[in-house]
Design a protein around this ligand. Structure first.
Ligand SMILES: [Mn+2]
Length: 476
């Protein structure tokens, strides 16, 4: 069998060998779409290889968690979608042998079974996700009887969920995995309208809600979208009901895309943005048409909904191929999530947004779950009283549902910028870590979106530090 990513083949083989030799294995993974798909891939491959294992999920892998695993006396712990950055802590414990499949920046420590694209000169931000790293190990785990290439579909869901799509498509090692999935008959990758909801949303809603490329008179305008669609010479309804994008045939799709492009050009949308209307969409061909599981992007959104509400077991069950009750539960969580977001923008309006020199901020207190406050902050930008040209900082009380009694009360911070601000020099990852460090907290993330945890009562100091840091970045 060929390795999907040759650079990582030797590391994958070492990981697989150790996993096969384990008598008492714990699989520990991150709670998000990439972490859930990582665990789904790893768990399925382990089961096929006849390796019994328990599974546990963490929002973040801290010393407490590692200590718990050590106390539980597993002989091996398989970390997926995290572990590299915590290797310095992990290697302090010799109760278990660590196996790591991750794509985040490694700590200054090494261990024998460690697969990470960054160790072989590949980009962990855009070329391979945690799910892709787990997939490499899964391929190395397969024996004579098992072919794990079908798991490539989940690896693509993880990469898409981790926002690794670059200019409309997956690249590098991710593209190799796509090719394996296509060859295995579980994936289809083709150029199509690059809009969220192609499997599940009726056409008018699909177009009105698509905000990545705003088209005047259609985006955010359900009646405008209806008029636009009604004016097209194509079969867009069945039995009086609007079809979904997935229901359309090739001709129908072509008609809508070319009319959309014409409308965009006519209304002055930037040429580069018009091009972004079309991208590669990844279809899981084994899933029911019209199910969100059929589209990689919709699948990852469904998984994120289970992760946000701490229902990782539901997301894992769906990744492991269970349908029925877990899938229904995941769909309920997604509906609930959308309701929360819809009311969230109202909460922002209620509490009010304060403007500083270089940033703006609001404090949601306990009125928004910490897991959605960042998304709500992003959605609020451009709304009444919220400047779309200035980074926004959102605070929410940390939910202490499962925290130890001796944990300090903390506040969750989420920061959002825009691609335009990033072009001008904004790096919220640096802002979050600097400003958090200044108030005794912890932060990090991406240029356009970052987060932190700070001690309660230090919010205004955090805002002041972030305001200064953003000022520096945007003036240089
Ligand atoms: Mn990841």
């Amino acid at each position: 069998m060929d390795a999907p990513v040759p650079e990582l083949a030797a590391r994958a083989a070492r990981c697989a060998e150790r996993l096969r030799a384990s008598d008492d294995l714990l699989l520990a993974s991150h709670i998000d779409a990439d972490g859930l798909t990582s665990a789904g891939i790893a768990s399925t491959a382990l089961e096929r290889a006849g390796v019994a294992h328990d599974v546990v999920f963490e929002k973040q892998l801290d010393r407490d968690a590692v200590e718990r695993y050590a106390d539980a006396e597993y002989d091996t712990v398989f970390f997926t979608d995290f572990g590299s950055g915590q290797l310095d802590v992990i290697t302090e414990y010799d109760a278990f042998t660590p196996v790591v499949a991750d794509h985040h920046q490694p700590a200054d420590a090494e261990t024998a079974c460690h697969l990470n694209p960054l160790l072989e000169g590949l980009d962990g931000g855009s070329e391979l996700s945690g799910a892709g790293a787990s997939y490499c190990v899964a391929r190395a785990l397969e024996g004579e009887e098992a072919d794990n290439r079908d798991l490539a579909a989940l690896a693509v869901v993880g990469a898409v969920g981790d926002m690794q799509v670059v200019e409309g498509e997956l690249i590098g090692a991710n593209a190799e995995i796509v090719a394996e999935g296509v060859a295995a008959g579980v994936l289809d990758a083709s150029k199509d309208l690059a809009v969220f909801g192609t499997q599940t949303r009726p056409l008018p809603k699909l177009l009105a809600y698509a905000s990545d490329v705003p088209i005047p008179g259609i985006t955010g305008d359900r009646n405008g979208a209806l008029r636009f669609l009604d004016g097209l010479d194509a079969d867009l309804r069945a039995d009086g009901e609007w079809k979904t994008w997935a229901d359309l045939d090739v001709d129908g799709r072509r008609t809508v895309v070319s009319a959309l492009v014409q409308r965009a050009i006519r209304t002055g949308v930037d040429a580069a943005e018009v091009e972004a209307l079309v991208g590669t969409t990844y279809t899981l061909t084994g899933e029911e048409p019209g199910s969100e599981l059929r589209d990689a992007s919709e699948f990852s959104t469904l998984l994120n909904a289970t992760a946000r509400y701490d229902r990782a077991a539901v997301g894992l069950a769906v990744c492991r191929g269970e349908r029925g009750a877990p899938l229904d539960a995941a769909r309920d969580l997604l509906r609930e999530h959308r309701r929360t977001l819809a009311t969230g923008v109202g909460v922002v309006r209620d509490v009010g947004v304060e403007r500083e020199a270089n940033v703006q901020w609001f404090h949601a207190g306990d009125r928004l779950p910490e897991t959605v406050v960042g998304i709500v902050a992003g959605m609020a930008m451009g709304e009444d009283g919220v400047d779309a040209g200035v980074p926004i900082i959102a605070f929410a009380e940390k939910d202490d549902g499962d925290a130890d009694a001796d944990d300090e009360p903390g506040v969750k911070v989420s920061m959002r910028g825009t691609p335009r601000l990033v072009e001008r020099g904004l790096d919220l990852s640096a802002v979050a870590s600097e400003a958090a460090a200044a108030v005794g907290g912890d932060g990090g993330g991406h240029e356009v979106a970052a987060g932190a945890t700070v001690p309660a009562g230090r919010e205004s100091d955090f805002v002041a530090a972030a305001d200064a840091a953003v000022g520096d970045q945007l003036s240089s």
